[in-house]
Design a protein around this ligand. Structure first.
Ligand code: 7TS
Length: 410
């Protein structure tokens, strides 16, 4: 632990080599963490160490390097299991990221659990990766999609959610934290409501796992998905957690090596989960890198990271309130470190462009949230998203930058 209450952001920043650079002659202000975060040296070193010392294929060799690689890969799975509060390490499936995790569930579970006339309940806060896989499935099997609306603050209309649940609802698929608005959804309440009609619950944790302490057992959901690259880990690695009984009954997602027990000419038997869902040579090194990222974040404390981001957003909202034309989207309080906004009638791409000239990285666009943007009545927003290495200087730079944007276009 580094300190008791406040994060030592200066020390944390020194752990991230990429932050020590200038962009266009200015200190880099990286506020695009919801899209992808940066990596601390501990992760870079873990990747290097693995490749320099331990690499071989896993689960098949008797030789020393293969057993080291297998230990490192399976050890990473144990680290993930502890991090998310999974009682059973066999419930942790390594995938490419949140998108692949959701597609895996839509394909392997959805194709037998959802049939004609069944309903899948989504929300207007969903990222495209928690919409499109369900559209594909619904079209294939003749199921129907329904969407829960949000209120004017960007919170789910829970009374509507209750009303949309029917005995035909097989699945509620909901984001834990909105990447567009920062809204933190009441997952526990949603699970309780879904259970009343016997529906399963998938939680898209892409924006939650990096920022909040997580306990999948306490959430009591059925599937939980997240990506390594948003939590200081490598790209190309992510996690699907699912209840063991579901992983037992589902068919494999892909077929190939590593996932079989016995292969006959016309049929095969499969390994037990999680290996049943990991066909082919897995992304060994990046699983090891993800475990290093988890160790790094855990050492600092997810509760403290979340509190720090919360404080930064509150500070940003307070400072930006006096900027002419600034209007934030999303809840005023109790939100995660995502700040979507508009600046008068300036186009978000123009805003982001001028900020970039000052070394400030924000995102402008629909953030893979087109239905949400339509609901907000805009085509795009500018979005600043915070992480553990951001500080008040970054917020000040953003606010000064926004004033410079206004001047530039006036
Ligand atoms: N779900 C949510 C809530 C997300 O924010 C994202 C990525 C995904 C799923 C997909 O994750 P992937 O790692 O499989 O790509 N969100 C964003 C974003 O907000 N800007 O760029 C990517």
């Amino acid at each position: 632990m580094r300190g008791k209450v406040n994060l030592d952001v200066a020390a944390i920043r020194r752990d991230f080599p990429i932050l020590a650079q200038e962009v266009k002659g200015n200190r880099l202000v990286y506020l695009d963490n919801a899209a992808s975060a940066q990596r601390p040296r501990a992760v870079l070193e873990a990747l290097n160490r693995y490749y320099e010392r331990d690499h071989a294929n896993v689960h098949r060799g008797i030789h020393e390097l293969s057993s080291r690689a297998t230990r490192a890969y399976e050890g990473a799975r144990e680290t993930v299991a502890r991090f998310i509060g999974a009682g059973d390490v066999g419930e942790v499936v390594f995938v490419r990221g949140t998108t692949e995790a959701i597609n895996l569930v839509a394909s392997a579970w959805g194709s037998y659990a959802i049939g004609e006339g069944d309903e899948i309940l989504l929300t207007l806060l969903e990222h495209h990766s928690n919409i499109v896989p369900w559209q594909l499935l619904a079209r294939r099997v003749g199921a129907q999609l329904k969407f829960v609306d949000i209120d004017d603050e960007g919170r789910l209309r829970m009374e509507q959610l209750e009303g949309l649940l029917t005995e035909r609802t097989r699945l509620v698929a909901v984001t834990h934290v909105s990447n567009g608005l920062g809204t933190i959804n009441p997952v526990g309440e949603i699970v309780t409501a879904a259970r009343r009609v016997g529906a399963r619950v998938l939680v898209d944790g892409a924006q939650a796992a990096p920022h909040l302490p997580l306990d999948v057992k306490a959430l009591d959901c059925d599937f939980y998905a997240f990506s390594g690259h948003k939590m200081c880990g490598p790209t190309g690695i992510g996690v699907l957690w699912a209840r063991r009984e579901l992983l037992e009954e589902m068919d494999p997602y892909q077929g190939g090596g590593e996932m079989i027990e016995l292969v006959e000419l016309d049929r095969s038997t499969y390994k037990a989960p999680p290996h049943k869902y990991e066909a082919g040579t897995p992304n060994i090194a990046d699983a090891v890198g993800l475990a290093a990222a988890i160790d790094y974040l855990t050492d600092i404390g997810l509760d403290r990271i979340g509190a720090h981001e919360h404080e930064l957003v509150a500070y940003a909202l307070e400072r930006a309130a006096s900027i002419p034309g600034f209007r934030a989207f999303g809840p005023g309080r109790g939100r995660a470190g995502v700040l979507s906004f508009e600046l008068g009638d300036l186009h978000p791409h123009d805003v982001a462009q001028v900020l970039n000239d000052r070394g400030i990285a924000v995102r402008a666009g629909h953030h893979c949230n087109q239905p949400l943007m339509r609901r907000l009545g805009v085509t795009a927003t500018t979005r600043a998203s915070f992480y553990l290495y951001n500080d008040r200087d970054d917020v000040d730079a953003l606010c000064d930058g926004l004033r410079a944007v206004i001047e530039f276009f006036s």
